[in-house]
Design a protein around this ligand. Structure first.
Ligand code: FAD
Length: 324
């Protein structure tokens, strides 16, 4: 059996979790085992039923008031308890900051190795052969994962989510965890939400992103107009956030957000590797740049060589014409 950790926040399952379940379902089938999930929180039973659609046959449900807020040590303690009782062949989380944090605690508590952010997993007799993302995706490492059970997380951004052919409601197995005060010491106690205008970067079908070439904070007005026209969101490079032109919440890349929209429009962005890893999951990339040799231009699906302050208004005029 493969045990998966379901990441959720404020009543919503993290969408990347479904990508992870899609990837792991095949692995469980190859192993001839079942796919179980562990769901931890205060009022989360309602999230369990839908997991059947992704091939989960049983949910280990840990519900208690003290788990209302995310608490990585407590989550890890819960995972270790279920692991000890169910003896899975592998415990798998999604490669997000939270699940990686929980799984790192699980690894420390059990003294097992953890392979984080795996792109491919090939079970072999003893060790499992994994390819994993390092340094924000700038390096792919091939490694052999030892230990019993195997602990890993899946880099799921960009995995095409597929439902299971015959999904049905999973069995619910209630678990009462043995948590200490120390387990609950580190937890989320308050939230400061960033000011959000319009559609979020990770949900937007189109991201219009600007770099140093935009020239100023005011220069982003035209990118905002293009984004509004395409029902998209505005992103930017680190130079832009460093200059204080846009907030860090809009930064794309290794130290920002990773996006996988239908279309990524990179305006005045050179395409440094640290930026590229944040946008390479896009289905199509259009680069607008004065430099035909810029890495973003050479890697993009489409490119317009020119000054973005001339190209974007011309592009908008054409789109408006098409929209009538
Ligand atoms: C540890 C680490 C982490 C990092 N994390 C990130 C990250 O998460 N995200 C990120 O973006 N960067 C990150 N960086 C920085 C990254 O290395 C680059 O410095 C940065 O991405 C460059 O930003 P840029 O493309 O906007 O600027 P530049 O590299 O200066 O490129 C500007 C581009 O604009 C073009 N241009 C200029 N004027 C115009 C015009 N009028 N019209 C059209 N094109 C024009 C130029 O030809 C050029 O290609 C990181 C760096 C490090 C070391």
């Amino acid at each position: 059996m493969i045990l998966t950790l379901i990441e959720h926040d404020q009543g919503v399952i993290d969408p990347q979790t479904f990508g992870m379940l899609t990837a792991v379902r095949g692995l469980a089938a190859e192993q001839g085992g079942a796919l179980h999930a562990i769901l931890i929180g205060a009022d989360v039973a309602g999230l369990a039923a839908g997991l059947g659609d992704y091939g989960v046959t049983a949910v280990h449900l840990i519900e208690q008031e003290s788990l209302d807020a995310y608490a990585p040590n407590a989550w890890a303690a819960c995972v270790v308890e279920v692991m000890a009782a169910e003896k899975p062949t592998a415990v798998v989380g999604v490669g997000t900051e939270r699940s990686n944090e929980v799984m790192a605690h699980v690894a420390a508590r059990t003294d097992l190795p953890l392979a984080a952010n795996c792109l491919a997993v090939q079970p072999e007799d003893d060790a499992w052969f994994v390819t994993r993302m390092r340094w924000g995706g700038t390096l792919h490492e091939e490694a052999r994962l030892h230990g019993e059970p195997k602990l890993l997380t899946i880099a799921a951004l960009g995995i095409e989510v597929e439902t299971a052919p015959s999904g049905s409601a999973p069995e619910i197995i209630a678990v009462i965890p043995d948590l200490t005060d120390a387990d609950l010491l580190v937890r989320v106690i308050s939230r400061v939400e960033p000011e959000r205008k319009g559609i979020s970067l990770t949900d937007a079908p189109v991201v219009v992103s600007g770099g140093r070439g935009v020239g100023s904070a005011e220069g982003f007005a035209v990118l905002e107009q293009l984004a509004a026209l395409l029902n998209g969101a505005v992103g930017c490079s680190r130079v832009v956030t460093n200059n204080g032109w846009r907030p860090h919440a809009e930064q794309i890349g290794q130290t920002g957000t990773r996006v996988a929209p239908e279309l990524y429009i990179a305006c005045g962005i050179s395409g440094a590797i640290q930026h590229w890893v944040g946008c390479k999951g896009a289905k199509q990339i259009l680069a607008i740049n004065t430099d035909a040799e810029a890495p973003m231009v050479t890697k993009a699906d489409y490119a317009v060589i020119g000054d973005l302050h001339e190209v974007i208004p011309a592009l908008m005029a054409e789109i408006e014409k098409l929209k009538g």
